[in-house]
Every structure is written in structure tokens, then in C-alpha cells.
Design a protein. Structure first.
Length: 349
């Protein structure tokens, strides 16, 4: 009858410990005692084990009931005597009372009736005002101690931070000219075909002076714009090749390993356009080379997967302005939209 009401009280503690290995012998683990203090375990009226708390306040002591002629299990009450330089744990049969505490010691009872068996470990935490007991089936490994920060608080999850310093990058890009296709086709053509969105690539380097401030240099090579068409009595083919170098400043907002940033600066472009026309069987070719400076602006973000490797994405506008290199009347006046996805590699520490 005694066990029928005892078991529900401690079912949760026993069920939580079913997966742990069975202890070689019954033990009492005392936790959070003052480091270096003396810790004793008493079984009924006799002190059966004595030890010293380690630097973390823990000590494990044996509890050999068989040596005291006690059956293999016992319904017990547990008490803790809190003294100036020691702690004493009393494991007492429920039908008995413990010996009175020593002079100057304060006795505190752990509420409940505990089914003490050789396969159990009694984990007694004496660190608080009211001691507590965890009854574990098998052995018990306490959790690692929490290291407090300089504010005396338990630190939260530590996120990897977006680094400063130099990183090289490269990526694939999709470039779309705003005006080039329309200018090549003109208004007098009957047919005109060409793709305005072109696969491209970029390479470069970025140096983050601070986590929120950086500078970048890059090279962008848009895919060749090819246009073909014709009108009344003529056909043409148009080819545009462009090389773009950009220098930009970056203002970032780091969020752990992720950094969002705005980008603005200048670009230098060199473009070569070639037009081949065939009129009444006669073919002629025109070539125009331009170069000049324009503005670049946009934004993006990078995410550092490891300390050395990141992925990034950007969207930007690049203004193309250039005059003819041979001093002619031709010029470039256009703007490209650029979408980039690539990777970065951190150089150095």
C-alpha cells in the first residue's frame, strides 16, 4: 500500500532517466556546495561517506545500504544540514527520524517520499535556499556550467560575425541594356530580333574597413548584344561588346554573419559596336569605339557560411556614358541593370 501512493509522486523523475546506464552502485551526488567544503552523507543515524566539494561545488559519494544491513530498497525522506563550512545529506527511512543537527547548522527538508534503490543516483542540489533532489535511474552527468559574461548574465547564442578585411569575389550576372536594343533596331526596320537580357560575369575585391564601411573594385563583362534585322531592300547585323570597371564605396548593416549594404561609385566603360549592312547586294561595315565615365549605384547582401566563405547577391544600375575614341561624332549613352549572384573568399585573418 505504501508504494501505491509513492510511485506517482516521482514517476516523472524516474521516466526521464530510463535511457541512462545503470550505476555500478548506489551513489549520492551533491551539487553546488561551496567549493572546498566538507560534504557528508548519513544513512539513518550513521555517517557513511565524507568528501570535499570540487571547484564546481560537486562531489559524488557512495551510499551502501547493504553494509548497514538495510534491504535493497527503502522508502526514505531526505534532509540537508547547512553548516558554515559543510553540508550533510541525511537519507532516512520514512519510519525513522534523523539525528538532530549539529550546533550552528540549519536543517532543511526536501519534500516528498523517495524510493531509494541500488540502481538509483540521488542528485541533491544544495545551492539554493531550499535544496532539491533528482532521483535518477543509473549514473548522472551534470550539465556543463554556464559561463557568465562581464555583465553577470548568461550569454545567448554566439553568431558568427561578418568579417572586416579583404575578400575576393566572383559571380554570374544577368545584364539588361535599357536603350541599346531599341537604338540598334531603329524605327525604319521591318524585322529586328535580339536578346536584351544577357548572361555575364564579374570579378573583383572588397575591403571592409569597418563592419559597416567598405570599398570595392570590380570588373563586369556583359554578354555580347547581338541584333539582326532588315527593312525595305536592306539587312543588317549589329554587335555590341562592353567592358566595365567600377570603383564604389559601401555602407553596410551587419546582422551576425549577414551584412546588407548600399553601393555607390563610378564606372569606366569601353564599348565597341559593329554594324554590318547589306544594301542591294553591297555590304559595308561600321565600327564605333567609345569610352567614358558614368555613375553606379545599387545594393546587396552577403552571408558568411564559414569564416572564409560567403555567398552574395547584388542589384545595381550602371550608367554608360562615352565619347568616340577617334574623335568622331558617335557616343554611348545608356544604362544597364545588373543582377549578380556569386561567392566571396576571405583573404588573411
Amino acid at each position: 500500500m505504501q508504494k501505491s501512493w509513492r510511485l506517482p509522486v516521482f514517476a516523472a523523475a524516474l521516466n526521464l532517466s530510463l535511457g541512462l546506464g545503470v550505476a555500478a552502485g548506489q551513489t549520492v551526488m551533491v551539487r553546488n556546495a561551496p567549493p572546498g567544503s566538507t560534504v557528508e552523507v548519513a544513512l539513518n543515524a550513521d555517517t557513511v561517506a565524507t568528501g570535499t566539494a570540487d571547484a564546481t561545488g560537486n562531489v559524488t559519494l557512495p551510499l551502501d545500504m547493504a553494509a548497514k544491513g538495510i534491504p535493497t530498497e527503502m522508502d526514505a525522506n531526505v534532509f540537508v544540514d547547512v553548516c558554515e563550512k559543510s553540508r550533510k545529506v541525511h537519507v532516512v527511512d520514512h519510519a525513522r527520524r534523523p539525528q538532530p543537527p549539529a550546533v550552528g547548522c540549519d536543517r532543511r527538508e526536501i519534500p516528498g517520499l523517495f524510493w531509494v534503490r541500488p540502481i538509483n543516483t540521488l542528485v541533491v542540489d544544495v545551492g539554493g535556499i531550499n535544496p532539491t533532489l533528482l532521483l535518477v535511474r543509473g549514473s548522472y552527468t551534470p550539465p556543463a556550467p554556464v559561463v557568465l559574461n562581464e555583465m553577470g548574465e548568461a550569454p545567448g547564442r554566439v553568431w558568427r560575425q561578418a568579417p572586416t578585411g579583404l575578400a575576393l569575389f566572383g559571380g554570374g550576372a544577368l545584364v539588361a541594356y535599357r536603350d541599346a536594343l531599341g537604338n540598334a533596331c531603329g524605327s525604319g526596320t521591318l524585322t529586328c530580333t535580339g536578346k536584351n537580357s544577357l548572361p555575364s560575369y564579374t570579378v573583383g575585391g572588397v575591403y571592409w574597413i569597418k563592419k559597416f564601411l567598405g570599398a570595392e573594385g570590380s570588373y563586369l563583362r556583359p554578354g555580347q548584344l547581338k541584333v539582326s534585322g532588315g527593312g525595305d531592300g536592306y539587312t543588317f547585323n549589329y554587335l555590341l561588346k562592353t567592358d566595365i570597371v567600377t570603383v564604389a564605396g559601401l555602407v553596410g548593416a551587419p546582422i551576425g554573419p549577414v551584412r546588407l549594404y548600399a553601393r555607390g561609385g563610378v564606372d569606366y566603360q569601353q564599348a565597341t559596336s559593329t554594324t554590318t549592312e547589306t544594301i542591294a547586294g553591297a555590304t559595308q561595315t561600321f565600327e564605333l569605339k567609345t569610352k567614358g565615365f558614368g555613375a553606379v549605384w545599387g545594393g546587396g547582401g552577403e552571408a558568411w557560411i564559414t569564416k572564409k566563405v560567403a555567398v552574395y547577391g547584388e542589384f545595381e544600375y550602371v550608367q554608360l556614358k562615352g565619347a568616340a575614341q577617334n574623335g568622331g561624332a558617335g557616343k554611348t549613352a545608356d544604362r544597364v541593370s545588373v543582377f549578380i549572384i556569386g561567392g566571396r573568399i576571405k583573404i588573411g585573418r
